[in-house]
Design a protein around this ligand. Structure first.
Ligand code: ADP
Ligand code: MG
Length: 438
């Protein structure tokens, strides 16, 4: 039996499919598959993924549900393969009949560029494109009809985009499996899915993100944080122990859109690359990425790097250490230590990496002063978005009130506060043979 919030999304996606997509006979052929993929919150390890480092995210209890059908018209065995895609999302449904349709000739797939208007469909198309090499026949047509329903807040730093990609990918894997062509796989489907989804976001949504969001949406496990080594792409599930004294995980959304700072993210990536190349000129030959550097390396290169690049490197180097220490503290249930590392992470992101903002700082500082709070920090790429706080279970209400009150008093705006648990990654929910139009 599905949790209520998921089953509501399933109904929403199903109704959307039945009312808007199922009557299109060419693309409608049962069975429909129903999958979901979650958003995420990162406990610690920010801006480390694209530096080959470590992070410790978990999936949250909010997801994108995808409901869809897919089948192949076998072609004559020549000519380009075509994908015919119809998609609709409850989230992007301003007008009533907003069904987006795309025809993709796979021999002429070009990602959008900076001049193309942004569209949510690019996340979906970009993901599907990653599966094109797995299509069987030349000259065939792949018909897809997909509806999406989601309760992941959009643009809040909880990775609604990765959830959308991962749901799309998981659905495609169902189609591939059902039609009995196996996706080219080395055996680690979740890892490969994450790589494909990251590529979709990099190339089709033009966002230079690392792999953390897609990987955790794909491979998270319930009641675990996922330690991700972004160099080897190995993951280790670290139990978020469920005991009497286990803290609650509280997420506060500043409702400051991080999108405005799109360019800043790329800039941080370049600054980190700068740090590495400076170190290599010192020469610190062992530093191939900031993951390989230690604080002494940063000091040695400090003069050459200049203050800004030095601080960027210092954040990444110290953050990697914090993640590994946090992993151990988490395993041992040392919540005070976990909290202190989160606080240090926030200070480092604010002062050295310069990715916080006034509103988020207020939420973090307010939380840190509440009795029973272990630690609090900004989570996600930054420049707005959410904070994550660990707090004693019986102090959740006080924390919530403190956050809402302080935010309202200073900005006359609401912040959304919710409690989450470490949740499961993408999964197939059901197969629906009864997906006839209403
Ligand atoms: P975040 O991933 O932090 O929520 P992004 O800016 O990376 O923020 O991604 C948000 C974008 O992802 C939206 O503008 C939209 O294009 C797309 N998106 C996410 N979820 C959905 C959804 N359920 N339906 C349609 N588009 C979505
Ligand atoms: Mg995103």
């Amino acid at each position: 039996k599905l949790p209520t919030n998921v089953s509501k999304l399933v109904d929403e996606a199903k109704n959307l499919y039945k009312s808007k997509l199922a009557y299109l006979a060419e693309t409608h052929k049962p069975p429909a598959f129903i999958v979901c993929a979650p958003g995420r919150v990162n406990l610690i390890g920010e801006h480390t993924d694209y530096n080959d480092g470590y992070c410790l995210p978990m999936a949250i209890d909010y997801q994108v549900v995808a409901y869809g059908t897919g089948f192949v018209h076998t072609g004559k065995g020549s000519g380009p393969t075509t994908i015919r895609l119809r998609m609709i999302s409850s989230q992007k449904n301003d007008g009533d009949d907003l069904v987006e349709e795309r025809k993709l000739a796979v021999n002429a797939l070009t990602p959008p560029d900076e001049t193309t208007p942004k569209s949510w469909t690019n996340y979906v198309v970009g993901t599907i494109v990653q599966y094109v090499p797995d299509l069987p026949h030349e000259g065939c047509t792949l018909d897809l009809a997909i509806s999406f329903a989601s309760d992941v807040p959009i643009g809040a730093g909880l990775s609604s985009s990765a959830a959308l990609e991962t749901a799309t990918a998981t659905l495609l894997e169902c189609f591939m499996h059902d039609m009995a062509f196996s996706a080219t796989s080395s055996g680690d489907i979740k890892r490969e899915r994450a790589i494909r989804c990251q590529k979709a976001e990099n190339e089709w949504a033009l966002s230079p993100c690392g792999i953390m969001d897609q990987y955790v949406s794909s491979a998270a496990e319930k009641n675990n944080c996922m330690l991700l080594d972004c160099q080897s792409l190995e993951i280790t599930q670290i139990p978020f122990k469920q005991a009497e004294d286990t803290p609650a995980i509280v997420v506060a959304n500043s409702n400051v859109a991080h999108e405005i700072a799109d360019g800043e993210y790329g800039k941080r990536r370049r600054e980190c690359a700068d740090a590495v190349s400076t170190m290599q000129n010192i020469p610190l030959y062992h530093v191939l990425s900031l993951r390989d550097a230690n604080l002494q390396d940063c000091e040695d290169a400090r003069e050459k790097m200049g203050d800004i690049i030095y601080r960027r490197a210092k954040h990444v180097v110290t953050e990697n250490k914090r993640v590994l220490e946090c992993k151990t503290a988490l395993k041992m249930g040392l919540w005070d230590r976990v909290g202190a590392l989160m606080n240090d992470s926030h200070a480092s992101l604010k002062d050295d990496f310069d990715v916080s903002c006034e509103e988020v700082d207020l939420l973090v500082e307010t939380a840190q002063k509440v009795e029973g709070v272990y630690g609090s920090r900004i989570t996600g790429g930054g420049f707005g978005g959410c904070t994550i706080t660990l707090v004693k279970k019986d102090k959740v209400e006080e924390l919530t009130e403190a956050l809402k009150g302080a935010y309202k008093a200073k900005y006359d705006k609401e912040c959304d506060v919710f409690v989450t648990t470490a949740s499961a990654g993408a999964r197939v929910l059901a197969v629906d043979v009864d997906c006839k139009p209403h």
